[in-house]
Design a protein around this ligand. Structure first.
Ligand code: GLN
Length: 494
């Protein structure tokens, strides 16, 4: 771990500006670090040549006085974002070898702001999972391990490669997507910050679709300010995405230095679930103390329909996925397995190209959308979604934002929770409500559990009010002063 890879983005930008180092040096330090962390399997495709070329261009821009928001900052891009001329797989065999001829809006915004792409990160196949164990390209390993125990742990999912890369200091920040928790949950399990903005804040154009009404692009960083800075660059109206909103993008990074005195922060009773480890409850109480010390007032709120969120999600998300994934038919993209007839070719391609979890979702989605069951399942789930949104609307009459734990556990071992899909689905119990309601949310590391593993706290805010979410998170960040390092890095630093 070189000094350059331990910097925050904010400090790296200062260093670049004062010529302490160049973007090429900063990028090279990360490329070197990537070579020593291959065991994490965080990247599906590394793009060192592109990175160095972009870094060179960035140095030239800075020398000419035209440096932009993220100029020269090496980032990792979730392999769900299409990148022109660079393989984009969504971690699926069916897209192996697919090289887009276009750039997603999110990545093009980042490149426009001078960001450097180190590579495309591993993830759960089509973003379906909570442990990064469904990728066609193998599991991602969390750089954190339990004290005195080398058992490989999951980084969370589905943006597990992005989270692991940022935690392991082989990227300064990263993009992710969050459909049910896929940014916030891996951020919690790897001890970093992850933000999911309001639905419509970041364009989905050029991001491989999982469940269109729930998919939210967002960012990872090692500090609230870093994650906010990346999000700022990614955000903005895009005429190419009909659900992208015409909203001005505030200075998210500036919000990280804001105060929260006088704010009311909701604490929902319904998030105290059976079987939640005591340490998570303790951290939640600690979080409440921290916001009180910062001058905010905790208020009890009720989100009575929380328990219906996961069941509704597991109808709506597969329904949308089954429709979105119908385009992978062996004709237009990626894999094709020839058959005796056209129908045969479709069937053989999809049978071989999709993994088990993706097939499970397609079957559930097709079932709940079928003529006989549409009203009973899909329409019902849509009604539940509305009721969950109404819970939040009511709650936000009494508070400015909501504080909860991010995930019901710390990182678990690869293979754990695999016997029963429902167990895996429970990982998103605290995050999925924010996707159903389209609200901005963030996870910030609050501390470690008895095994030395990070635990996250989540702030959820009103629509379009990322700034309040960022402010509260930054205040908790200052109070928590989370400095623990993944064991592998701690050893190297010692
Ligand atoms: N774990 C959830 C799922 O498998 C959410 C994934 C996501 O947010 N992309 O659907």
């Amino acid at each position: 771990m070189s000094d350059l890879t331990t910097l925050t983005i904010t400090d790296a930008l200062k260093g670049l500006e004062s010529k302490d180092f160049s973007a090429v040096e900063l990028t090279q330090a990360h490329i070197d670090a990537m070579a020593t962390a291959k065991n994490l399997n965080a990247y599906i495709t590394e793009t060192p040549e592109i990175a160095l070329e972009q870094a060179k261009a960035s140095d030239a821009r800075r020398a000419g006085g035209g440096a932009k928001l993220l100029d020269g900052i090496p980032l990792a891009i979730k392999d769900l974002f299409c990148t022109r001329g660079v393989q984009t797989t969504a971690a699926s065999k069916i897209l192996e070898g697919f090289v887009p001829t276009y750039e997603s809006t999110v990545t093009s915004n980042l490149f426009e702001d001078g960001a450097v792409m180190l590579g495309k990160t591993n993830m759960d196949e089509f973003a379906m999972g909570s442990a990064n164990t469904t990728s066609h390209f193998g599991n991602v390993i969390n750089p954190w391990t339990r004290e005195g125990d080398d058992t490989p742990l999951v980084p969370g999912g589905s943006s597990g490669g992005s989270a692991a890369a940022v935690a392991a200091r082989i990227a300064m920040g990263a993009t992710g997507t969050d459909t049910g928790g896929s940014i916030r949950q891996p951020a919690s399990l790897t001890g970093i910050v992850g933000i999911k903005p309001t639905y419509g804040r970041c364009s989905r154009w050029g991001a491989v679709a999982f469940a269109s009404s729930l998919d939210h692009p967002g960012s990872f960083g090692r500090t609230v300010e870093d994650a906010a800075l990346i999000l700022q660059s990614m955000s903005g109206h895009d005429p190419k995405d009909a659900t992208s909103a015409k909203q001005d993008v505030p200075d998210f990074a500036a919000a990280a230095s804001g105060y929260i005195k006088g704010m009311k922060i909701g604490i929902p009773d319904e998030y105290r679930i059976d079987g939640m480890p005591e340490e998570i409850e303790k951290l939640w109480q600690q979080g409440i103390e921290w916001i009180k010390e910062a001058g905010a007032e905790p208020v009890k709120i009720s989100l009575p329909h929380t328990k219906y969120a996961l069941p509704a999600y597991y109808i709506i998300a597969p329904a949308e996925a089954s429709s979105n994934l119908s385009r992978y038919d062996g004709v237009r993209y990626g894999l094709r397995v020839e058959g005796e007839s056209l129908d045969d070719m479709y069937a053989l391609t999809r049978a071989e190209g999709f993994g088990d979890e993706v097939k499970r979702r397609i079957m559930i989605g097709t079932y709940v959308l079928s003529a006989g069951y549409y009203d009973a399942y899909y329409i019902k789930a849509q009604k539940v979604r509305r009721v969950i949104l109404n819970d939040f609307v009511e709650a936000f009459k009494q508070c400015d934002a909501i504080l909860t734990p991010t995930a019901p556990s710390s990182a678990f071992a690869i293979g754990e929770n695999e016997d029963d899909p429902i167990k895996m689905y429970l990982n998103d119990v605290f995050t999925v409500t924010g996707n159903l309601a389209g609200l901005p949310g963030i996870s910030i590391p609050g501390g470690v559990d008895a095994q030395g593993l990070p635990l996250g706290l989540q702030i959820t805010g009103r629509v379009w009010d990322e700034e309040t979410v960022i402010k509260i998170a930054a205040n908790i960040e200052r109070a928590a002063n989370f400095t623990a390092l993944p064991q592998t890095l701690a050893k190297a630093a010692a």
